[in-house]
Ligand binder design. Structure first.
Ligand SMILES: [Zn+2]
Ligand SMILES: [Zn+2]
Length: 287
């Protein structure tokens, strides 16, 4: 499995000289299985660059949305495969008891907010509510579960040949308690992250910022690390960086966490362009 980060910013795209190292694009992660199956996790602004390099010959791509907040869908209308006749694009999203996925997505992808309607796109587009029991796309096994964040929101766990990546970009597992619960039954997202080789997780706030933002659906980095440690994660990737956090501040935040907490797991600062490979368990920055 190969995993590549195309956008790691939270809430709002934040391009500029002060964010050039970590990147300013919002949530988008590519997962490619050994048989070539390609998943795109979220359609933030980072999806545009990914779409630009996909060849027209790869005839199917599956976009798995965690939820429909703008920072996770804003790039969808600019994803090139949607404009290619014959492309099989399947978009998966969270279930809702009130409106189907097409109706919910169409509130953004239709005039006056966007010039083109979903049904006018030339590709073969199908929309699916992600099942909450395990399913497969190609050789990739996928588990989706609802997690603690405003509105129906999923996290994903993707496995192949004994390697597992968990993706929970918007998540507040300490809500209501202020720390991670002792009993795993009470921890949002625990089963998604348990024993994962790689966990890409919300790390939007510092501990000092968190009290003024309780209930906003995001994590302080140290809470996220407690969550990952409890779940026995091997490598943690910081994600959904606050738009107000520049590169130097992100460096400090991650370095302080590494020094303050005596954890077995490796902490990697989520950087646009970073690529992970399951085979070598190595990673490299390929901006
Ligand atoms: Zn978000
Ligand atoms: Zn959100």
């Amino acid at each position: 499995m190969k995993i590549r980060l195309w956008g790691t910013r939270g809430s709002l795209a934040t391009p500029g000289p002060e964010t050039v190292r970590y990147g300013g694009n919002t949530s988008c992660v590519e997962v490619v299985g050994e048989d070539g199956t390609r998943l795109v996790l979220d359609a933030g602004t980072g999806i545009r660059r990914l779409g630009a390099i996909l060849s027209e010959e790869s005839s199917r791509v599956d976009v798995l949305l965690t939820h429909l907040h703008m920072d996770h869908i804003q790039g969808l209308g600019f994803f090139r495969p949607l404009d290619q006749p014959g492309q099989d694009v399947r978009v998966w999203g969270p279930p809702s008891s009130t409106q189907d996925l097409g109706t919910r997505l169409g509130r953004y992808l239709s005039p006056p907010l966007f010039p083109v309607r979903l049904k006018e796109l030339p590709c073969r587009l199908t929309l699916h509510e992600a099942p909450l029991e395990p399913f497969e796309i190609g050789a990739l096994r996928i588990e989706a579960a609802l997690v603690c964040h405003p509105g129906p929101t999923l996290g994903y766990r993707i496995s192949e040949n004994g390697f597992t990546v968990a993706y929970i970009p918007d998540h507040e597992p300490v809500l209501g308690a202020g720390c991670i619960a002792k009993d795993r039954e009470w921890i949002s997202g625990f089963e998604l992250a348990e024993g994962a080789d790689l966990l890409i997780h919300d790390s939007q706030y510092s501990l000092a910022e968190y009290p003024a933002r309780v209930g906003w659906g995001h994590s302080a980095l140290s809470h996220a690390l407690q969550f990952a440690d409890k779940a026995g994660v091997r490598r943690f990737v910081t994600f959904h960086h606050d738009p107000d956090r520049d590169d130097d501040a992100l460096d400090r935040m991650v370095n302080e966490a590494r020094m303050a907490l005596d954890l077995e797991m490796e902490i990697v600062a989520g950087t646009e362009g970073l690529q992970f490979e399951s085979e070598s368990v190595a990673f490299s920055a390929t901006m």
